[in-house]
Write a protein that binds this ligand. Structure first.
Ligand SMILES: Cc1ncc(COP(=O)(O)O)c(C=O)c1O
Length: 426
């Protein structure tokens, strides 16, 4: 990789950002300037092992040649027409989604992000519900679920603290615990137009949703004529060791929401609806200027082709088992590490104290990119192309990071004890 790096670039970017961007991101003090495969390079020329993939986005790794070629070819051919006309990549991609979902009657709508996909699904569920009864507009969602930051998707998101600064958001969503099938069954009534689930709650701390809750959601939807919407924005497109997470559960949703990895980092979102849900929208009910644009769709087609040709769904399952074995080893070796959860290549190491931020800082300094998805949980979401040797390299760096944090914590504990002892003798 030949890129321009400089020891002063980061400080320069930090100063310029502070003056020119709204301060919504808490960034770590690193600027990445290039990437290839699972390696990233920062502004000082340091190399990192990427075990985060953006946030579960660059599933083929950085600068994948199939995606780069597809984007370059499409950009040189046709970037945009608007959705008043037909374009080839959009329709090709809808058919490829039907095939990977195993839904020959599935119909897609394309947008530009995960939140937009959820917003489209909210409107679809309302249309489907209101066709039965005008009051059938409510949604049941899970505590700890994350569905995006636009107003509807934000209300679906099961974190009251995230709602608070933006209230009022409406009263049409009820949240139930992510692990209580009875609460799920009880919350769904004739006013419910949809139930929202993730198979593994990604932003909620990499927390798998029990199969019993998914089954209860399916039963409840069938009972009242509501749609089961599975937000696969983080879990879809191979990450869990299946094309889509729901395929590992035996519970079939009516609608899936996709984004993140679908185009390996180019902005795209999609919903796919099957059965009666696929008939709920009519012309004019929803639209997007950029949704389904040829470049993003060409990138997504390259992603789906590459995953299929290289057997990356199966690779995600195998490599996911390897990552879990590494986490189990770390749990044996480190008092700080007490658990692991997740599936496929979406895993979290659970700590016995809220020190995930310190572990992530130490790992970054050692050259490993992971993130603190919760105060006590470190998320690992590498590319599906990650190699066995990379997994072992991650193991060494995470082991060192944990050791450093444990040593610091011990020292801080001793210092505190020392202060208390001195206080007693003074
Ligand atoms: C499950 C899920 N849904 C929706 C979103 C929102 O996606 P975006 O940030 O592209 O709007 C995310 C993002 O993390 C997500 O994990």
């Amino acid at each position: 990789m030949s890129v321009i790096t400089s020891p002063t670039m980061l400080a320069n970017l930090q100063a310029r950002e502070a003056a020119a961007l709204l301060p919504v991101y808490r960034r770590r003090p690193v600027a990445f300037v290039a990437g290839r495969g699972s390696r990233l390079v920062d502004s000082e020329g340091r190399e990192y092992l990427d075990f985060l993939s953006g946030l579960s986005v660059t599933s083929l790794g950085h600068a994948h040649p199939a995606v780069a070629d597809a984007v370059a070819r499409q950009a040189a051919t046709l970037v945009h027409t608007c959705n008043l006309y037909y374009t080839v990549p959009q329709i090709d991609l809808a058919e490829r989604l039907q095939a990977t979902l195993g839904w020959p009657d599935g119909k897609a709508f394309f947008c530009n992000s995960g939140a937009e996909a959820n917003e489209a699904a909210i409107k679809l569920a309302r249309r489907h519900g209101k066709a039965q009864d005008p009051s059938k507009v409510n949604v049941v969602a899970l505590e700890g679920g994350f569905h995006g930051r636009l107003l509807g998707a934000l209300l679906l998101t099961g974190y009251p603290a995230k709602h608070e600064p933006f209230q009022p958001l409406g009263e049409w969503v009820t949240h139930v615990p992510h692990d209580d099938p009875d609460a799920m069954a009880a919350a769904v009534d004739e006013h419910t137009c949809a139930v929202w689930v993730e198979v593994v709650q990604g932003e909620g701390g990499v927390r798998p949703v029990p199969a019993k809750v998914l089954a209860a959601a399916r039963d409840a939807c069938d009972r009242v004529g509501a749609l089961l919407v599975c937000d696969e924005v983080q879990t879809g497109v191979g990450r869990l060791g299946a094309w889509y997470g729901w395929q590992r559960t035996g519970v079939v949703p009516d609608v899936v929401c996709l984004a993140k990895a679908l185009a390996n980092g180019l902005p795209i979102g999609a919903i796919v609806a099957r059965g009666p849900a696929a008939e709920a929208f009519a012309a004019g009910d929803h639209a997007s200027t950029f949704g389904g644009n040829p470049v993003a769709c060409a990138a997504a087609l390259a992603v789906l082709d590459t995953i299929a040709q290289q057997g990356l769904v199966e690779a995600a399952a195998a490599r996911g088992a390897h990552v879990r074995a590494v986490l189990d080893r770390l749990i044996r070796d480190h008092p700080l590490a007490v658990g692991a959860r997740g599936d496929g290549l979406l895993q979290a190491l659970v700590l016995d104290r809220p020190m995930a931020g310190d572990v992530v800082t130490a790992a970054l300094e050692l050259g490993l990119v992971v993130n603190d998805v919760a105060p006590d949980a470190v998320r690992l979401a590498p590319a599906l192309t990650i190699g066995e040797a990379d997994v072992e390299e991650m193991a060494i760096m995470l082991h060192r990071a944990l050791t450093q944090v444990e040593t610091q914590a011990e020292k801080a504990g001793h210092d505190e004890q020392g202060l208390r002892d001195r206080g007693r003798t003074a």
